[in-house]
Write a protein that binds this ligand. Structure first.
Ligand code: GDP
Length: 314
């Protein structure tokens, strides 16, 4: 995974220094923990996460499980692996489907995070599992957002519910686009979309909402109003893994503003430092459910903390 190439190299080098040692001295453990700390900070992992992580690794590495291990160096790698799985959220968590369809999934996040693309990816992935998703265009902030969602819907072969033509550039209706009410009101569009899904028996509704370049009160209020009005089964916070140190503040602001239930990491294919990926689950206590790894609609996968940890350490 390109995002973690550098981190992986650094960790692997650190572990190399331990290899072949029969017993680890306190200095060995200290040196290793210090290297891990530097490698994580250089990868843009949030300081509060790094501190907790290294404290746990140090404590365990000083304890019996390492001193009594046949191969102490390998045991340290195992501990780092376990603790990485923990900060990535522990057990994998999947989408929670509603008992009575439609399952409503709301997307929130900053502009450019990859929400609209993700809406298409998620819809296509769900459709392949015999679900009948409907995309709802409740991002009325960006002039192009409704059109973009329709294009994505068409590529994914999934229906799109959008505000009526005349309001938001919806004139070039794709065959599978439906136009409801709502006008310029995103809360109403979201509600109408869900009603439409219920009437037409779509079993999943994915509601795309507006993002701004930075966190702002108006955006948060709008997302929160939509959340209250539609009471979604899942609220997925979509975050660009490359945003670096801003990740934590952004995630906390969205957690407070809309109280999301899960995280989607995007742009894990990027070559920038992917510290966001390693910080967000831990600082918000919310699981990462999906990962997005490219611009194509198939560049998308369910997120498994254990697989991610192994990839980082490989
Ligand atoms: P939104 O403003 O949150 O709806 O973001 P968009 O879905 O419009 O995505 C913003 C840009 O990021 C677009 O150019 C997408 O093609 C691109 N993008 C989205 N997801 C990924 C990803 O996982 N990897 C890469 N490399 N680009 C992505």
């Amino acid at each position: 995974m390109a995002t973690f190439g550098n981190l992986t190299d650094r960790l692997v080098d650190t572990f190399k220094n331990l290899r072949g040692k029969g017993k680890l001295s306190a200095a060995d453990v200290d040196g290793t923990v210090r290297e891990i700390r530097r490698a994580l900070l250089d990868a843009d992992v949030a300081l509060e996460v790094v501190k907790d992580f290294t404290a746990r690794v140090r404590e365990r590495a000083m304890g019996d499980e390492v001193s009594k291990a046949l191969n102490p160096a390998q045991q340290v790698v195992q501990i780092v692996n376990d603790e990485l799985v923990t900060i990535l959220g522990g057990e994998a968590r999947r989408i929670q489907f509603a008992k009575n369809p439609p399952t409503v999934i709301m997307l929130a996040g900053l502009q450019g995070a990859g929400k609209t693309t993700l809406a298409g990816k998620l819809a296509k992935w769900l459709a392949a599992q015999n679900h009948t998703p409907l995309l709802v265009a409740a991002d009325l902030q960006r002039p192009n957002a409704v059109t973009q969602l329709k294009v994505v819907g068409e590529q994914a072969g999934v229906a799109v519910f959008a505000p009526e033509p005349g309001n938001v550039g919806a004139e070039d209706a794709a065959p599978k686009s439906f136009f409801g009410g709502g006008g310029g009101n995103p809360v109403k569009v979201a509600k109408d979309g869900i009603k439409f899904a219920r009437d037409k028996q779509y079993d999943i509704v994915i509601v795309d909402t507006a993002g701004r370049l930075g966190v702002d009160a108006e955006l948060m209020k709008q997302a929160s109003d939509i959340r209250k009005a539609i009471d979604p089964d899942e609220v997925l916070f979509v975050i660009d893994a490359m945003i670096g140190q801003d990740a934590v503040a952004t995630a906390k602001a969205f957690q407070e503003g809309v109280d999301f239930t899960g995280v989607v990491l995007t742009k894990l294919d990027g070559d920038a430092r992917g510290g966001a990926a390693l910080s967000v689950a831990s600082v918000t206590g919310r699981p990462i459910i999906f990962a997005s790894t490219g611009e194509g609609l198939d560049d998308f996968e369910p997120f498994y903390p254990d697989r991610m940890a192994s990839r980082i350490l490989d």
